[in-house]
Design a binder for this molecule. Structure first.
Ligand SMILES: Nc1ncnc2c1ncn2[C@@H]1O[C@H](COP(=O)(O)OP(=O)(O)OP(=O)(O)O)[C@@H](O)[C@H]1O
Length: 255
């Protein structure tokens, strides 16, 4: 599924654009990470693709069709825990399938497969409150994958996790992306995470947000944690950090 943003601008307050004149094409199967200073409009960009908010100017297109609202072909995972606390893990994952009216047998099979994929088969009957933060985020990812989204939108999904759990989740999400035929767009504050996961990293400028840099991550497709210790990785990471810092400073100088 090809995603295209065509001269997209977004203002929440008239005359104060958060995003301006943003053009972007993401091909099917890409893994794109979006970084930028706080307030640069990363989450707004994701909300526009999710159809949770509409652009003030320009258009968001999925395979040429304009996005006018949310849809099952786009799965969303946020930083904060958005699981339904009263539903079991399995029933959380089943939620979208129930809403789509998928028959019970098919639904149960899909949920079982996803829980196995995210390593939580044994927790199917548990309530979210009984899980760790990393486990809850895995349930959230399984839930987002349940309707076989063509595009997976991740907004700081590991921002609240400790370093070790976060690294496990990074490896996990890369595996999910390899196993499920999906395009991933992920917003993160963490430059190391962006370079580790993305095939492409977009650096947003501030006020208004535009794409300051669209960088191809020229690293092996097989991303293991050892890669983070390589010189190539360190070089890319420093390059992106410098870009984010430069954009932040340029913004500070303007205000
Ligand atoms: N619903 C809204 N109504 C009004 N202003 C909003 C709304 N959503 C976002 N904004 C404003 O848009 C700007 C960009 O916000 P956004 O959350 O997209 O940035 P971000 O880059 O994701 O920030 P952070 O890294 O801090 O999460 C901010 O100035 C924010 O206050």
């Amino acid at each position: 599924m090809t995603l295209r943003l065509d001269a997209v601008g977004k203002e929440f307050t008239p005359g104060r654009p958060v995003l301006a004149d943003l053009d972007l094409t993401v091909a099917a199967g890409e893994f794109v990470c979006v970084v930028g200073a706080s307030g640069s409009g990363k989450s707004t960009l994701l909300s526009l693709v999710a159809g949770l908010t509409r652009p003030t100017t320009g258009r968001v297109l999925l395979d040429g069709a304009e996005v006018t609202g949310p849809g099952p072909e786009r799965g969303l995972v946020f930083q904060t825990d958005t699981l339904y606390p009263w539903r079991s893990v399995a029933r959380n994952v089943a939620f979208g399938l129930e809403a789509l009216g998928v028959p019970r047998g098919e639904r149960d099979a899909r949920v079982a497969r996803l829980l196995s994929e995210v390593g939580l088969t044994g927790k199917a009957a548990a309530l979210p409150g009984m899980l760790s933060g990393g486990q809850r985020q895995r349930v959230a990812i399984a839930r987002a994958l349940a309707c076989s989204p063509r595009v997976l939108l991740l907004d700081e999904p590991f921002g609240a996790l400790d370093v070790q759990t976060k690294e496990d989740m990074q490896v996990f999400v890369r595996q999910v992306w390899r196993d499920e035929p999906t395009t991933v767009i992920m917003v993160t504050h963490d430059v190391e995470e962006a370079v580790f996961l993305g095939g492409r990293v977009l650096v947003l400028s501030c006020d208004p947000g535009r794409i300051a840099k669209d960088l191809t991550v020229d690293l092996p497709a097989e991303r293991t944690l050892e890669l983070k210790r390589s010189a190539a990785f360190a070089g890319l990471r420093a390059e992106v950090e410098d870009l984010v810092r430069a954009e932040h400073r340029a913004h500070q100088a303007r205000v």
